[in-house]
Design a protein around this ligand. Structure first.
Ligand code: SAM
Length: 259
């Protein structure tokens, strides 16, 4: 039966053969890879991935689509998880995972934050996203796009935009341009926060009120003496701080100030 795309699940199915081919070439799937696709939909990526990989795990929220995948002729080579990728525990799938997805755009930011928590389990990830979201992921400090998403993902991953994809490549077409991005987790030696939860907390606090000065958003967390030691003016805003400066603040102030 024909599937009617569901807006609430962000269903825009890739339908441009050239772009699908290009994307699968960029992923370069190998038979032994532990491939995990988020949102297989009608299979634009799933089918070519299955042609290369021995096994594939797919996570699909739409019950009708998940049922299709369970009934697929190659179902023996598929693990179908019917559920929400937003609360799926990717660590249950083991190590060295290769994530792939033309992600539902309506949940892309929370999904990226969720997936970031599994970065040690990943070999790489290739995602199709709204171009505007990829711009935020790779943004430099002191630009409009720079924010918590940029700092957290740049701390955990090397990222590279691979190609722009116009709305006409999808059925139905989304209203925005899309972009494919590759994420490769940084090695432990490349991540310098002594306490990564503390680092994540301070970054979230600093950006919680974007227009406010750090001395106000980080009040009670980072003493003025630490700002002075690191040569960071506490009158600056979070959006001007580099990744290294955030790491410095968290390493030099390992806990809240005693009251
Ligand atoms: N991969 C297909 C393609 O490229 O044509 C479909 C992409 S479509 C943009 C997004 C897919 O993610 C849909 O199949 C949708 O049902 C599924 N989806 C939406 N929200 C989801 C969620 N929270 N968890 C898992 N899958 C989800």
């Amino acid at each position: 039966m024909a599937h009617i795309p569901r807006k609430r699940f962000g269903q825009h199915f890739l339908s441009h053969d050239g772009i699908i081919h290009h994307l699968v070439r960029a992923i370069d799937p190998r038979p032994q890879d532990r491939l995990v696709e988020i949102g297989p939909g009608l299979g634009a990526l799933t089918e070519p991935l299955l042609a290369h990989a021995r096994h594939l795990t797919v996570i699909e929220l739409d019950r009708d689509l998940a049922a299709r995948w369970r009934a697929h002729p190659e179902a023996a080579r598929l693990t179908v998880v019917e559920g929400d990728a937003l609360d799926f525990d990717f660590s249950a799938l083991g190590q060295d995972l290769r994530l792939v997805g033309n992600l539902p755009y309506n949940i892309s930011t929370p999904l990226l934050f969720h997936l970031a928590t599994f970065s040690p389990q990943l070999r790489d990830a290739h995602f199709m996203l709204q171009k505007e979201v990829v711009d935020r992921m790779v943004a430099e400090p002191a630009t409009r796009d720079y924010g918590r998403l940029s700092v957290m993902l740049q701390y955990l991953f090397h990222m590279e935009g691979l190609m722009d994809v116009p709305p006409e490549a999808f059925t139905p077409p989304p209203k925005v341009m899309s972009r494919v991005v590759r994420l490769i987790p940084k090695r432990e030696a490349e991540r310098h926060a002594l306490d990564e939860s503390r680092f994540a907390f301070l970054v979230a606090q600093a950006f919680s009120q974007r227009r406010k000065m750090l001395r106000s958003t980080l009040k009670g967390q980072v003493p003025e003496a630490v700002f002075a030691k690191l040569g960071i003016d506490s009158g600056r805003r979070a959006e001007t701080l580099t990744l290294e400066e955030f790491v410095g603040l968290s390493n030099e102030s390992p806990g809240p100030e005693p009251s």
